[in-house]
Design a protein around this ligand. Structure first.
Ligand SMILES: CC(C)(COP(=O)(O)OP(=O)(O)OC[C@H]1O[C@@H](n2cnc3c(N)ncnc32)[C@H](O)[C@@H]1OP(=O)(O)O)[C@@H](O)C(=O)NCCC(=O)NCCS
Length: 399
């Protein structure tokens, strides 16, 4: 039997507003966040009969409690999907949602699925980083991984050491811009269409409605950042201001074969071009997007000059800057995270990949002359993840 690969398209993506740990979602379950995203995808796409969904892949880094029990399956049942729709859970730490998307996309291209929901959730308030982990002692005893690399902030300090040209001032200036761009994107109404309002409840304050990203700090200045402590190293360079925070949130995306989107009358926003994951030394985790981007570009037969739009996860400013320096891209290049990034919105680990895709789709919508775009992120224990997308509504002009 011979097979023909099928094109995979991103039709839609949504997310909850992100919360500060112990903030607006302090008393909200993690699974309820991702269920609401799945319901919203169905509501926004009434042409999609729910029984046409062939798979639900939901990522979470800590897969216990309300993020456990094979969350793709449990969330599917709770979202009211037909019993026949299966589901499973995925984990690649920060790149969980990205992996949920690319793994199911492979299944679509292969012909195993027509339509999937892929996303992620992380409630870092209910599930602190590292909760319940039990690293094999050999990892440290046999020096397979430098023990300090188990703490992400240390790896960011290591990157500053490795690339001395990336100073604290550059990292802070990048962070200030991220906050400013995020505020401007809100002002222009670019972020809100991606958001699903979430009903919240607090024993003290009663019912509420989360409609905006709680971590944002639009008043951030170089002076306010200069005053912050460096929690990972005395006289270090990484602070709460130039890093993403500890956050809660969920995302979900609707992917399908291009021919199925056409059959259902759904309009794709982006087409998958290539993707790559690459491992690097765990203690320089933040540089992971460099080799994964090289590999994804090579697979696609593209060079960095072909890329018109970048959505780079801002786990730490230094890590974004290391990728930009590698390619000789300016810190304030207009193609890079023009609507702000994780430093402003937050980074609920396994959910963030779809936020990047939503914002890339927004870049493509804003400028149909942009053809190719990249979503990329670094991953704990030393990995990089890169997905290259093509604007489904590219107007045929070259930038
Ligand atoms: C950096 C980190 C340790 C800070 O944690 P925290 O101390 O709980 O962070 P907070 O939000 O309380 O901020 C600390 C202080 O900085 C201040 N601050 C934070 N961002 C600021 C900004 N943009 N401007 C001004 N002040 C800011 C806060 O107001 C707070 O001040 P306070 O101590 O006077 O209350 C934590 O966010 C972290 O670990 N981030 C990385 C997460 C991570 O590893 N993700 C995975 C990536 S691979």
């Amino acid at each position: 039997m011979s097979r023909q690969l099928r094109d995979v398209v991103f039709v839609d993506g949504v997310r909850t507003p992100f919360g500060r740990s112990k903030g607006q979602y302090a008393e909200t379950r993690a699974d309820d966040l991702v269920i609401k995203c799945m319901r919203e995808l169905l509501r926004r796409n009434p042409n999609l009969p729910p029984e046409r969904i062939d798979e639900v892949a939901i990522a979470a880094t800590t897969q216990i409690g309300d993020q456990g029990l094979t969350i793709g399956r449990t969330a599917g049942i709770l979202a009211g999907l037909p019993t026949t729709v299966p589901g499973y859970a995925i984990d690649r730490m920060c790149a969980g949602a990205l992996t949920a998307v690319t793994t199911t996309a492979g299944g679509i291209a292969f012909g195993a699925y027509d339509v999937v929901i892929a996303g992620g959730v992380e409630h870092m308030g209910r599930h602190p980083m590292g909760e319940g982990v039990d690293p094999n002692p050999r990892i440290v005893a046999e020096k397979l991984v430098n023990p300090e690399a188990l703490f992400m902030g240390n790896t960011a300090e290591n990157l500053h050491d490795r690339f001395p040209a990336i100073t604290k001032e550059r990292a802070d200036a990048y962070a200030v811009r991220s906050q400013q761009k995020a505020a401007a994107a809100y002002e222009a109404g670019i972020i809100q269409p991606d958001l699903v309002p979430i009903a919240t409840r607090s024993a003290e304050e009663g019912w509420g409605l989360a409609t905006t990203d709680e971590p944002m700090r639009p008043q951030t200045t170089m002076e306010s950042l200069a005053a912050l402590k460096t929690p990972f190293r005395s006289h270090g360079r990484v602070t709460a201001g130039n890093a993403a925070g500890i956050n809660d949130g969920a995302t979900a995306a609707l992917l399908m074969a291009a021919e199925v989107a056409e059959e259902l009358g759904l309009e794709p926003k982006m087409k998958l071009v290539s993707y790559a994951y690459v491992g690097i030394e765990a203690e320089f985790m933040g540089a992971g997007p460099i080799p994964s981007t090289e590999k994804a570009l090579a697979q696609a037969g593209l060079t960095i000059d072909d890329i018109d739009a970048f959505e780079i996860n801002e786990a730490f400013a230094v890590q974004v800057l290391s990728l930009l320096d590698h390619y000789g891209i300016a810190d304030d290049d207009a193609r890079v995270n023009p609507f702000g990034g994780a430093i402003a919105f937050g980074h609920p680990l396994a959910s963030s990949g779809v936020r990047l895709m939503n914002q890339l789709a927004a870049q493509f919508k804003q400028d149909p002359a942009k053809r190719y775009g990249i979503t990329t992120m670094c991953v704990g224990l030393g990995q990089g993840a890169t997905v290259i997308w093509e604007n489904a509504n590219w107007n045929g002009e070259s930038k």
